[in-house]
Design a protein around this ligand. Sequence first.
Ligand code: TRP
Length: 331
Amino acid sequence: MSAPIVFSGIQPTGRKHLGNYIGAIRQYVSGQDRGQPAIFCIVDLHALSVAYDPAELRERVHDTTAILLAAGLDPERCILFRQSDVREHTELTWLLSAVTSHGDLDRMTQFKEKTGAARELASAALFYYPVLMAADVLAYKATEVPVGDDQRQHVELMREVARRFNGRFGETLVVPELIVPTVGARIMDLQEPERKMSTTASTEAGTVFVLDEPAAIRKKLGSAVTDSGREVRRAPEKAGVTNLIDVLAVARGVGPEAIEAEFEGAGYGDFKKAVAEGVVELLAPVRERYAELRPDEAALEATLAAGAEKARALAAPTLAEVRQRMGLGPA
Ligand code: TRP
């Protein structure tokens, strides 16, 4: 089989948390040599589907770029770029909307959840979000899309859009596969371990940020919610402890059973201290490298510009083909 073309998008929010790091960023880094190419896109166009500040958006793109580089993405081995630098994404969004039905978009649970009762006030961009996401991936004829489980429905939709396009206009686009990370896909909020750690919905005390200082990490882990029992083992009714076991397993690069065995008979206090140290060791190198990279905005822009050039070279031929198939421009 030929090497996969990997594409993933990441929101430009500066405050990436442990869940993002374990569930997405680390997979990007480990997957960058597997993908030929592996393409990582900072999705600033998606970010403007909700209320935002223009100057801050630019800052957040730089933050995210620096975090990804600090975590180990190597622009020599992957394509790292800013979505809005490659106009093909917006053009393809419109073209794909011809084979996307209003009903498809209406069924998207993320749109429903994000808008709730305020549906009428939500931007059309938020409604269109999945079409832009389809364009992101289909422009590169990507074969694999590594994303969190919450994006499953969006990936299903892009698969359907690709199939419909091919059915209507002839075999052109590639139907991509969803790749959900197996380890650490669900890192839970430390204070509310029934809920996923998330940028928007989580508690501050329950969310470890990639850039947190060791003291903050120790404090958050120290006050992580456990249960009234005393055993360090995974169980459905022990959501807090289960989460901490998973976190330490990932931090140490071992299976959760190894953690359970190591802490058999130990108290929660010692266990939580060990988890804190594991997380500090996991994140400290990223934080330190970030501090070196983030101030040099010219260098970050140069990296993004070089990435955009490589991305454009791949997306432009797809767009030419799509336009041709759809009867746009001269024959
Ligand atoms: N919607 C994705 C998220 O919130 C981000 C994203 C945008 C994306 N475009 C993409 C992910 C294309 C994968 C492929 O996580």
